[in-house]
Design a protein around this ligand. Sequence first.
Ligand code: NAP
Length: 663
Amino acid sequence: MACPACEVQELNDSFAPADAGIDPQRLREALADADLRVLLMVLHQLTGDRRWISDPLLPRRDVRLIADESAGFDEATQRLIRDAAFELLSRGVPSPAIARPDDAKILEMMSACLGEAVDPAYAPMVREDMGVADGDAHWSAEPDPDLLQQSRVLIIGAGVSGLGLAMQLQRLGIAYQIIERNEDVGGTWLENRYPGAGVDTPNLFYSWSSQRNPHWTRYFSLRDEILGYLQGTATRVGLREHIRFGTEMRRADWDEQRLLWRVQLAPTGAAPDAVCETLEVRYLVSAIGHISEPNQTRIDGMQDFQGPMFHSARWPDRLELAGKRVAILGTGATAMQLAPAIIEQVAQLTIYQRTAQWARPTPELRREVSPAARWLFANVPFYAQWYRFTLFWRYGDGLLRFLRKDSQWPHPERSLNRVNDKHREQMTEHIRTVLASRPDLVDKCVPDYPPYGKRILLDNGWYDMLLRNDVELVTEPVSRFDADGAVTADGQHRAHDVVVLATGFSIAKLSARLDIRGLGGRTLAEAWADDNPRAYLGITVPDFPNLFILYGPNTNLGHGGSAIFHAECQVRYITRSIVQAIEHRVQALDVKRAVHDAWIAKVDEEHAQLIWTHPGMSTWYRNQHGRVVSTSPFRLVDYWRMTHEADLDNYRQLTVQEGADTG
Ligand code: NAP
């Protein structure tokens, strides 16, 4: 059985330097690049000396995406902090005076580190994320091996969420299997391989808290490095032998007598009438992702186009772009990464824009993590944890309160409130400055809806690129394609050799894309009226016992944060539920409708106050009836708290022996 304290220690040990001796020369060089607000926390934790978290050594508040490492200190103070760290660490890594800060201590340190008062609600969550406290599911007594075998879990999908759950099931000794339609792990990061694909949450935060990687080469990594991290983790943790690649779920039926799922599997792409293999499992987990099913874009004449035409998530092998006239349909997050990445190769780029997008100026987007900073992450105790925390804070909940509608605000059509209006001004100014020489482009690029209404984008050299002579931004809609190009509504024909459909994904069905049949044979698609997905905590659905959903309805993040953080919250909830069910010898959990409905009401009430119900723009966060089905209205810390404990009283509890409901 796992010992929580030992595991926390192991986690901390994994961040201790490889050997206790530190090369003074390397240390001196690395400290020159250190983030001083982070270094102060390291000094305080190692020495216990309050001086490092007290005036005048308090960093200046900095809300930029990647903060200034000097933390606002003058040269002499910077030298003082670096010298103190050098003195301390060059003698060998001391055993820390504060190895496990409690809630009060971590709160004090967080506030000192950021230069602002932090809500105490964050303290326990941050302690867990740092590995100081253990929030994972654990057995209260040695589990019965037979019960572990009988509690087999089938996970559909080997992306970030599915792998995250697998790691925890493996640690708990619960039997599991993953089926994956592709031939490797990685999910969205495997499928999206268009040039320029990358993350726009810094990786030191967009990574599993239990699988920290001090070696990221960029703050915002590109797809290959992220995929390498996922694939490497799957191998190192030993998940691959539990995965059946090239396999799809055809259908899953809940057996009401035996309280298990009967799941039909077939090779990916097999004919509809292919013979399926049937698996019986106690728990079924949908980990098929949120943004994984390309939109079916239908425009007249598409089939007549002679060149390659494909969705951005289906980038062809060996596609040659050099010297080609390329068209991109769409201006979302994908197009904004793709276009600047290919512009140097192509002869001509035409971008068809339906709606202008808000994008934040982000000079840090291409910044590399210096070797010195990587050395600090790998070698200086607590440095990586505190650095991750500063990113968590800047990418976390800060924005959400500014995405609330102010009923007194006199300009609700253009912004929600005073701060949102300020953001509008700043981003508009950015567009006007970069495009100063082309007022025609300014008119096309400044959106008419409030910033953050659609998913916010990071300017990846997009506006600079629009100024080039070989780029054309077209706002007339495409009315049809023909053999060699596209015709817009004004009748103009443009010739293209390649057309990329960066037209987004079909979101609204989520897990109801799978043929899952719960009580009475009712499908999930029926329960969700096709495009109105609802689940308690985004995870469980009434009448679908023992079905758990990862990255389900209302768990996508619109205001900030990392999807991996949210996945870890869901994984904790699911594993705690399964552990409790096994320990209480309950075979099936079915969320009570009242509990589910109350949670959904809370989600909808919150959203009514938030930007994503603003009528001024379309967004994939909403379904066709205007309900926000994708995005969470809650702070990260609130969702962490809601999912932290699994209260089985919220479930009808069923046992096979009696077939009885004990709930
Ligand atoms: P998206 O944000 O949904 O954008 C699709 C674009 O295609 C929009 O500009 C849309 O216009 C346009 N469009 C759709 N159908 C069209 C049609 N029939 N004719 C003309 N234009 C059409 O899709 P995405 O860019 O692939 O991004 C999807 C999501 O994936 C993102 O929001 C993000 O969550 C994730 N993503 C993340 C990253 C990252 O983190 N780095 C990168 C890529 C994607 P309208 O705006 O008018 O609908």
